[in-house]
Design a protein around this ligand. Structure first.
Ligand code: HEC
Ligand code: HEC
Ligand code: HEC
Ligand code: HEC
Ligand code: HEC
Ligand code: HEC
Ligand code: HEC
Length: 398
């Protein structure tokens, strides 16, 4: 709701500045100003001049990766009978809804112990969602998450099944990877406070292109000028900087050198945070960068993430489309030396054999004390030859 209100305010401001055609200072089009003079315009301000990209990106996992809580964004069910997570005979959490507010309430021996409202939704729900609640200007994680493979509520990742946990604080790094911007401050007691009015949810345009208020103001004032000003297009940067723009969030949890949100596209990521040595084992969760750079494809070409991904579009689960991108480099018919017996068309799906989905060692959801933890499946980015997965893939086709 706030997003829509902000959107219309920004649209009005932009329309206003177009109609006046006088040079507006950048701040007129901004919704959040940063120290040092740069400012965010908000994605709604990009719509008038970049309509198609704007429309397409509204459906991406990036855009949907964080939001305010509402019935559309929360994937779990609030219907009686489906709205509980039971730890054991004595302990449960109930999810409830009152008008447009959503709650999690812990019960021990039938008595409510703590009740908190959903404040922020994290995760598009491709794999799952976790939820945060506000306590003053602090954010904490709610005890119960949603796990998409079972379409049900689940204990939050890494949480014990023996008690109902409401006390895990949420650091700004969490929103740094799952949002566009949050004004946050670390207090002397090491806790993080947020300015609720200055959060841009979703990984949106200005996360990848940098704060764009000056760009919006300039082009609104100079409609005939087609040379882009005051904005970063990563395609124009050198290869490592292009990769850094994605590695910020896709190289696992990093060791922070500078506070969250210091890094902007076009800068060297290593000056802001470094790869965590524990990512060295190349776990398949969240470290697409590390896995990709270990591939022969990557080492022997100028490949970057855009060789296969158009991040403006939701292209998930389309093996044919990704296989076409492989063939931009592997066009020769005999590139693949595997010779299937049963007339399998290799070109329809290069990826299930060469980038198979594998179980993450890091993210598991525990359903309840009686069941095994279920691992998350993620697609490895070490492009290589996988004899076992090839066999499994071929067997499945018989
Ligand atoms: C008033 C019109 C206008 C608005 C509003 C606008 N842009 Fe642009 N943008 C342009 C023009 C003109 C160009 C140059 C021609 C082109 O690439 O389409 C451009 C180019 C770009 C480029 C490519 C730059 C390059 O070097 O290739 C990016 C990225 C971009 N805009 C992002 C944004 C973002 C993000 C927003 C919202 C914060 C936005 N634009 C809002 C007019 C606008
Ligand atoms: C600010 C952090 C951030 C940046 C920068 C970022 N991503 Fe992501 N990306 C995410 C998060 C978080 C998800 C998971 C979204 C979800 O499902 O909730 C994601 C998901 C994805 C997905 C899966 C989408 C799907 O529908 O299957 C792809 C592909 C992807 N990112 C590629 C990229 C590429 C390429 C870049 C660089 C151009 C990039 N990302 C930059 C945070 C980021
Ligand atoms: C370094 C960046 C980074 C940090 C920090 C981070 N995440 Fe993520 N998160 C990601 C990326 C990238 C994905 C998508 C992973 C993939 O598809 O491999 C993801 C996936 C998720 C998902 C699954 C989303 C979906 O639907 O696919 C949830 C839920 C999630 N993160 C919650 C959190 C929470 C809560 C925090 C903070 C406590 C957090 N993450 C911190 C980058 C990050
Ligand atoms: C996850 C990161 C990401 C997000 C979010 C994103 N872009 Fe981009 N954008 C890119 C990358 C990467 C390129 C360069 C693609 C390439 O290498 O060809 C690009 C290129 C562009 C260009 C240059 C022309 C073109 O079509 O390639 C424009 C204009 C643009 N983006 C506008 C936008 C606008 C407007 C939004 C939001 C509505 C947006 N982008 C959201 C990563 C992103
Ligand atoms: C930017 C160009 C490029 C793209 C895109 C690309 N590759 Fe490659 N790939 C190469 C190069 C260069 C090599 C090394 C020389 C060779 O073996 O042909 C290679 C090697 C390979 C190998 C041999 C790996 C090994 O360890 O022996 C496989 C398998 C492979 N690629 C599969 C794929 C698949 C599948 C895709 C799409 C998901 C893909 N490639 C996309 C350039 C690319
Ligand atoms: C059914 C599984 C399967 C599919 C589908 C498949 N491959 Fe392969 N590919 C293999 C296996 C297994 C090998 C190992 C070599 C062998 O068995 O001869 C291989 C080998 C390769 C190699 C290395 C060749 C060399 O010189 O060492 C490349 C490159 C390659 N594949 C690319 C592709 C591309 C591109 C596609 C999609 C057009 C594709 N593969 C589809 C299973 C597959
Ligand atoms: C050689 C092609 C290729 C390159 C290069 C590549 N990807 Fe991917 N990526 C894929 C394919 C194929 C998928 C699976 C898409 C699907 O099935 O929905 C995928 C999926 C993803 C996902 C979703 C993970 C999951 O398990 O669902 C993320 C996140 C992602 N890529 C990020 C990146 C980032 C960041 C880079 C650059 C460091 C990158 N990719 C480079 C081919 C590639």
């Amino acid at each position: 709701m706030r997003y829509i209100i902000l959107s219309s305010i920004v649209t009005l401001i932009v329309l206003g500045s177009i109609m006046c055609t006088t040079t507006q200072p950048a701040s007129k089009a901004s919704i959040i100003e940063l120290p040092g003079g740069k400012a965010f315009a908000g994605a709604a301000a990009c719509q008038s001049c970049h309509q198609d990209i704007y429309k397409d990106t509204r459906h991406t996992a990036h855009f949907l990766t964080s939001s305010l809580p509402d019935a559309e964004h929360i994937k779990g069910s609030f219907v009686f009978g489906k709205n509980k997570f039971v730890y054991n005979e004595d302990m449960e959490v109930v999810m409830s809804r009152m008008a447009n507010k959503f709650y999690q309430t812990g019960y021990v021996n039938g008595m409510p112990t703590q009740k908190e409202a959903f404040g922020v939704v994290i995760g598009s729900g491709r794999m799952g969602q976790t939820y945060l609640y506000w306590s003053g200007n602090h954010l904490f994680q709610l005890p119960i998450s949603y796990f998409t493979p079972i379409h049900d509520w689940a204990n939050s990742p890494g949480y014990s099944i023996n008690y109902i946990r409401f006390n895990r604080p949420v650091p700004a790094s969490c929103i740094e990877c799952h949002g566009t911007y949050a004004e946050a401050q670390i207090l002397p007691d090491n806790s993080t406070v947020y300015n609720k009015q200055k959060i841009l949810y979703g990984v949106d345009c200005e996360r990848c292109h940098g704060p764009g208020a000056a760009h919006v103001a300039y082009h609104a004032a100079h409609p005939a000028d087609t040379v882009p000003q005051y904005i970063v297009n990563t395609a124009r940067l050198d290869r490592q900087l292009r990769l850094d723009a994605c590695a910020l969030c896709h190289s696992g949890i990093r060791n922070m050198i500078q506070p969250a949100f210091s890094y902007q596209v076009g800068q060297h990521l290593n000056e802001y945070s470094t790869e965590n040595p524990s990512n060295g084992q190349l776990d398949v969760h969240g470290n697409q960068y590390g896995l990709l750079t270990a591939s022969k494809c990557f080492k022997q070409s100028q490949m970057d993430c855009s060789s296969c991904h158009n991040v403006h579009k939701d292209e998930a689960k389309n093996p044919r489309l990704f296989s076409d991108r492989c063939m931009n480099c592997h066009a020769r018919k005999d590139t693949c030396t595997f010779r299937p017996e049963n007339g399998l068309v290799l070109a329809n799906n290069c990826i299930d054999c060469h980038m198979p989905a594998m179980a993450s060692a890091k993210i598991t959801f525990k359903m309840d004390q009686h069941k095994e933890a279920i691992p998350d499946l993620v697609r490895t980015h070490r492009v290589a030859i996988y004899p076992e997965e090839t066999k499994a893939f071929v067997d499945k086709l018989h």
